[in-house]
Design a protein around this ligand. Sequence first.
Ligand code: PEP
Ligand code: MN
Length: 367
Amino acid sequence: MNSMPLFEWNKCRHEPLVVAGPCSVESRAQLVEVTGALCALPQVRLIRCGVWKPRSRPGGFEGLGEQALRWMAETKASAADDKRPRYACEVATPEHVEAVLRHGIDAVWIGARTTANPFMVQELAEALRGTGMSVMVKNAPSPDVRLWMGAIERCLKAGLDDVAAVHRGFDLFHNASFRNLPLWEVPIELRRSMPGLPILCDPSHIAGSREPLPSLSQMAMDLGFDGLMVETHPRPDEALTDADQQLTPAQLSGLISGLLLRQTDTEKADQELRLLRLQIDQADQELLRLLAVRLDVVQQIAEVKSQSNWAVFQPKRWEALLSNRLEAARGLGLCDDFVKELFEKIHAESVRVQEAMMEEKKNAGAQ
Ligand code: PEP
Ligand code: MN
């Protein structure tokens, strides 16, 4: 495995960078076995190893800590120069950073729960300052792109220049199909705001199970992600953490070779279109949601008007509304005719709904 700054190096390649390895290091034998298998897969450039495990509730297996780091250092030391594995592990405190540096670990990642806490991210960035470490920043559990960007910016400001983002989905509410919802629009927004930043996808923590991993990975490739982080264990069913979502190295190899990589100009344009269309879908959903909010207010207005016997159509209010909307639209660079026509339609619907409600009330009163 090469020794250049990893994410920087990968930028000029046309292949996804794969980070793979066990959710947790569980024993020396498991580490050695998985390292051997993953070093045989040329696309795997970094082996992820959970050393301190952030469990939601105490009492489960919480990782082997420094013992695991010692095994990782020994495994590296015993490999031939050209076959030396590169390891990454999660750090959540400055003490973790010190331990990782003492044991010559190559890269670190900031986990989802830590990204949510800017105090802690700042402490980690300070601890990592000047180390030249490659750093991956997972998104926080909530879909707040600014929190994710903020953590990345804290790393960049600390002088770390080999930084990548990892999309691991969002912990919004219990969902039957995924452990964490992908909400692809969030990493797309990150890409739009920080175009040079490599983004990897962690389909394992999005899915929470094995079956959706190939399609999630393909989606990440189709959207132009730079690589994948996939949990891989020699015997997933026996894993002490995240047993349901880990792949064997052979399954990982199958997943990688099944990926369709879009290379030609047409395919690149296609990929760009997909990105833009996702943004259009998102904007349209927002438009529809706001129209429904507006209509809800219109119904409340109809209620008030009917109580005080006001006519539905109030010409003065309509004129003022239209001229205000046209002025706002001009400020946004929107075409007058289009906005006028749009608001006439919206207003007509509002009048229709109010009249229908009044009519209903009249009929109910007459009975
Ligand atoms: C992990 O990668 O093992 C992990 C705990 O992930 P996350 O921080 O995304 O929950
Ligand atoms: Mn895990």
